[in-house]
Design a protein around this ligand. Sequence first.
Ligand SMILES: Cc1ncc(COP(=O)(O)O)c(C=O)c1O
Length: 380
Amino acid sequence: MAITAEALKMKAQGIDLADFGAGEPHFATPRHIKDAAIAAIEANFTRYTAVAGVPEVRKAVVERHAADFGTDYTVEECVFSTGGKLALFNAIQVLVDHGDEVILPVPYWVSFKDIIQYAGGKVVYVESEERENFRVTAKMIEAAMTPRTKAIILNTPSNPSGAVVSPADLEAIVRLAASRGVYVLLDECYVYLNFTGEIVSGASFGKTSREVREHVLVMGSLSKTYAMTGWRAGFALGPKAVISAMSKLQSQSTSNAASMVQRASIAALTGSQECVAEMRADYITLRDRVLAGFKTIPGLTCTVPEGAFYVYPNVSAFVGRGGMKSAGDIAARLLSEAHVVTVPGEAFGTAEHIRLSYAVSADVIDKGVERMRTFLGGLA
Ligand SMILES: Cc1ncc(COP(=O)(O)O)c(C=O)c1O
């Protein structure tokens, strides 16, 4: 937060920043999605809707998920919300009671920790190994389970590391959790930004196992898939009783997601998915460009992300140089001296990394990497 605030101040002063801070696509929302929202407004589709979303948007969500992952959710097993974050927040509020434990692999997206704690839950961290490409396995999860474990959070591809849980690990984790009566919250915010060529949802294992189906909850978002971060469009798929409780909670807070956003989301989910494939291909090119740039910076090492749009380089070689004592110091100095915006790893539970979002133009990548090379290379 401190770095973001400082970056905003610098931007306001007209300083040219290479900004890798924001976790959002640089692409414009595709035309047909914007047109659907405009048409909805023109048609006066501007009133309250059903709290969980109009049946058409929920149908679009379940049909998209069925077509892409082979799941068979019904409309009653879907709630549409004002962003994936709200769906996640509501799910955790209805599932987690005071003292319940929620397993969270490290590095993690910071909101998971805060949302669990807001519900009174205890976060149980599971450290992943950088040399194993931040892999999360069933064995690691099992070792962290106790009789108080209520849920496990899996975010694959991961923000911040870009790590992808393999289909075999995913299946082992959901089966293990279900057999112990533990919920798995699958954050599929980046599910379509998976570069391995094998795009799988952990919910698909629920098709052949009732136990799995009753314990898996999908948290989905249109934000990154369709370059729609500002629209606030997300959803959850899961057991009817949980979805119904989430809708009830939503009915006393935000109520329905904006009506025209629901129409735009129908267009996104039912229209051609060509735009998703094109953006994914562009992200792969941008990832490779930033990784190639990092190779020219002695001391900087980085795992190869298999999805999302973040790189999570290890900066430990620079700690202790130039008076910098932490990743936080490095991110602060990169901003003040090199005019490069990054997010320090401390925000994601690791002390030796910084996160860069490469959802930016190739020019920004080239400029930013050059500035990093000059700054880091010049340290005594
Ligand atoms: C891991 C993860 N989950 C969920 C979200 C929430 O997305 P939204 O609320 O925009 O749908 C984000 C956004 O940054 C994210 O990185």
